[in-house]
Design a protein around this ligand. Structure first.
Ligand code: BGC
Length: 748
């Protein structure tokens, strides 16, 4: 009898455990989060909001702290950044598993344009206007990073930037909110893949919230003074697009916005992001930005800084230690409610659950997978394709390009020809165990790989990237004289554009333009490659040299990709995502400006008009500009209606023909102008585009839809409205090269 009871008891016990287990399995993430939260002490909760730098690399002032392991063991750290590789992440995670509640750490990293495989810098990729290519580059970056133990990238940077003096212009998608929004979306989708929790997905982080790109004078970290209209119309849309694409996290920014630091800015984080937009992920501060509010002069000390940031909606403190040092006291002093802390903690725990880290904290630490993914040869193939798609053909007089692979003698001159790491750009991740000299295809190697065995390739450096030394000119001139064609590779060093790399002078650095002049004087046909992280100024070159390619920084496949374009294996299709000025004095310069009451109609009649007396208003190269080796003809524009009500749509069709001898891709751009608005409307706004491929002689019909959304704007009350009236429709190959025009009316 006793044994029967015992068996019954065991059976019931097992049943209870099993159903508990099933219930636990069935619990939703928020329920699971709550069950963890209930077990946590205040100190452990604050720990989740604390993020430290590992010791590997840093973008900000580092606080030496030899007690990190101990703090992790005590549950006082929620996340580490700059910690890479399965070995390293695993060893930190093991320490986290010694903590009372075993809450896993999150590993964050700046995976901005590739992880092991370096892709073109984001501004270059934006020039491709190829959303699929951009998404695939983010996908590969995520696959490699996730295989290497990383859970979270601090990307995409979706800051609109209209000031090329600002060094971080290289990190975004340029000046336009429409293009910027689509690219933000593509990047988020690429990073996060099919689903967070998959072993090839990392959390995206839309940054820097907000308006960081409008730093006064283009000086990094500087203040931003901006109307609400501009904020909503231009600077916020890419963030909203990133959020709509599912971005798991946001990062706030270093700048103040209209006098309130973004990190302590309630309007941005609580009212807009977590309120109006209902963002359910978490916000991380920028590096030390909570503590930096003391320097801004917005708070007195780190106690006040922590109060301001947590109240405003910053959930995680990157490296400033203000939360760790002050939140407990703030709760004790009843300045911060426990609900506020809980809300921040829950947001972070939720992501740890979504990533699957509670089930398996070492899920992303598989060394075999790491080796397989970071050595996947497919990745460099795609990097080469994306790089070729990012190269902008700025000039091609008399069809000098593409070059023949049988050219007898080519001189390849300039300080960037044989450079390796410069091609990688500012934000490349350099893994200590990788020999980059083996990985990077230099420009020299790329051209060498491409030309015929019987062709001769000559080299001279000519000069340095920077500095005044012209000692190498004579040798470069002699080398040029021996060649049938000269390619000159010039530009910036990769550390000249990037964080904290603002420049007041954005002309081609050093004596490089003088080198170009000296070579051009030999009378040889010259092709110039410009490698840079921002629009540079090179007026003499633009006016005198027959062929120019803007090659930005293209990553580890730069050399082969450049050669693909130089020799016509890839027909360039990229278009500038940002306006190139003639002089710094025009900055900020962008295509979607207002008309003013006294618009300058041309450069010769400057009588009391909105113009400079010493400089044209027009850019050197406009937004959307880029040539091809073939010609595209635009024709047969048709609108399904010329008058619509706001609930109706217009179908726009047109024909595009490739009239040249080779196949090519064209980015057909659709601009609108709302002629009269209660708020002045820009002279042109990009509203749609299509990148289409056409064989030689082929014609395609393309279709666009104009609907209410495309005609709306924020009115004075910041309401998204359409107003009846006339609209101009402009379709072209750049913002200035408009090939087809029509107009229509929106009626009540
Ligand atoms: C940058 C961020 C970056 C962070 C971490 C900061 O200095 O502004 O964009 O994600 O450092 O490296």
């Amino acid at each position: 009898m006793r044994s029967k009871c015992f068996i019954q008891f065991c059976f019931l016990f097992l049943f209870a455990i099993q159903s508990q287990f099933i219930i636990a399995q069935k619990k939703s993430f928020p329920q699971k989060v709550d069950s963890v939260l209930r077990l946590m002490t205040l100190e452990e909760k604050i720990g989740q909001l604390n993020q430290y730098n590992d010791d590997w690399t840093a973008t900000g002032p580092v606080t030496v702290d030899n007690d990190k392991a101990n703090q992790i063991r005590k549950g006082q750290v929620g996340s580490l950044l700059n910690c890479m590789g399965t070995d390293r992440t695993k060893s930190w995670q093991k320490i986290a598993m010694q903590s009372r509640l075993k809450i896993p750490l999150l590993f964050g990293q700046d995976v901005i344009h590739g992880y092991k495989t370096t892709f073109p810098i984001p501004l270059a990729e934006a020039a491709s206007w190829d959303l699929e290519a951009i998404q695939s580059s983010a996908r590969i970056a995520a696959t490699e990073a996730a295989a290497s133990g990383i859970h979270w990238t601090f990307a995409p940077m979706v800051d609109i930037a209209r000031d090329p003096r600002w060094g971080r212009v290289m990190e975004g998608a340029g000046e336009d909110p429409y293009l910027g929004s689509l690219i933000a979306k593509a990047r988020v989708k690429g990073f996060q893949g099919n689903k967070l929790g998959n072993v090839d997905a990392v959390m995206a982080c839309a940054k820097h919230f907000a308006a960081y790109g409008a730093a006064i004078g283009g000086r990094d970290y500087n203040s931003v003074d901006m109307s609400d209209r501009l904020l909503w119309e231009v600077y916020l849309p890419p963030f909203k697009a990133a959020l709509d694409a599912g971005a798991a996290t946001f990062m706030n920014s270093f700048n103040d916005l209209n006098g309130i630091p973004a990190t302590g800015n309630k309007y941005l984080q609580r009212d807009i992001l977590k309120g109006k937009w209902n963002f359910e992920g978490f916000v991380v501060s920028d590096w030390g930005s909570i503590g930096e509010m003391i320097n801004h002069g917005n708070v007195k000390n780190s106690y006040e800084a922590a109060l301001s940031a947590i109240t405003a909606g910053s959930d995680m403190d990157m490296e400033s230690r203000c939360y760790k040092d002050n939140l407990a006291q703030l709760v004790k002093d009843k300045k911060v409610s426990i609900e506020l802390i809980d809300d921040a903690v829950k947001r972070i725990l939720q992501k740890k659950f979504e990533l699957g880290l509670f089930d398996d904290p070492f899920k992303f630490c598989n060394a075999e997978r790491e080796q397989k993914e970071i050595n996947n040869p497919e990745h460099s193939k795609i990097a080469r394709e994306v790089a070729a798609k990012s190269i902008v053909l700025l000039k091609n007089k008399n069809h000098l390009l593409p070059l023949s692979k049988n050219t007898k003698t080519i001189a390849f001159i300039g300080p960037l020809v044989k450079e390796e790491k410069q091609n990688l750009g500012f934000w490349s991740v350099e893994l200590p165990e990788i020999d980059y000299s083996k990985l990077i295809v230099t420009q020299w190697q790329g051209v060498k790989n491409k030309i015929n065995k019987n062709s001769t390739l000559l080299y001279a450096k000519g000069c340095d990237i920077d500095g005044n030394n012209k000692d190498g000119f004579a040798e470069a001139i002699e080398t040029a004289k021996q060649a049938d064609i000269v390619i000159i590779s010039v530009g910036e060093r990769r550390d000249m554009s990037g964080e904290a790399k603002s420049r007041s002078n954005i002309h081609l650095p050093g004596v490089q333009e003088e080198l170009i002049k000296a070579i051009q004087a030999t009378g040889k046909p010259v092709v110039v490659l410009i490698n840079a992280g921002r629009p540079l100024i090179f007026n003499w070159t633009a006016d005198n040299v027959p062929a120019i390619l803007y090659t930005w920084w293209l990553g580890c496949e730069a050399g082969d990709a450049i050669a693909d374009v130089l020799f016509g294996d890839y027909n360039p299709s990229a278009k500038l995502p940002i306006t190139f000025p003639r002089e710094e004095g025009q900055i900020p310069i962008y295509y979607s400006h207002f008309n003013t009451g006294r618009p300058a109609r041309n450069d010769s009649d400057l009588n009391y008009v909105s113009a400079y007396t010493d400089l044209s208003n027009s850019p050197k190269f406009p937004f959307g500009y880029g040539l091809s080796y073939t010609n595209f003809q635009y024709s047969n524009l048709q609108l399904s209606k010329k008058k619509i009500k706001s609930n109706e749509k217009i179908e726009v069709t047109l024909n595009i023909s490739n009239n040249g001898k080779v196949s090519g891709e064209e980015v057909v751009q659709i601009y609108l102008r709302d002629k009269v608005g209660s708020i002045v409307r820009p002279v042109k706004e990009l509203k749609d585009f299509a990148k289409i491929k056409l064989n030689a002689g082929e014609t395609k019909t393309i279709k666009f839809i104009i609907d209410k959304e495309k005609l709306s704007f924020y009115n004075q009350q910041l309401k998204w409205v359409v107003e009846p009236g006339d609209f101009d429709l402009m379709i072209g190959s750049s913002s200035e090269d408009i090939r087809l025009k029509d107009s229509f009316e929106l009626i009540r």
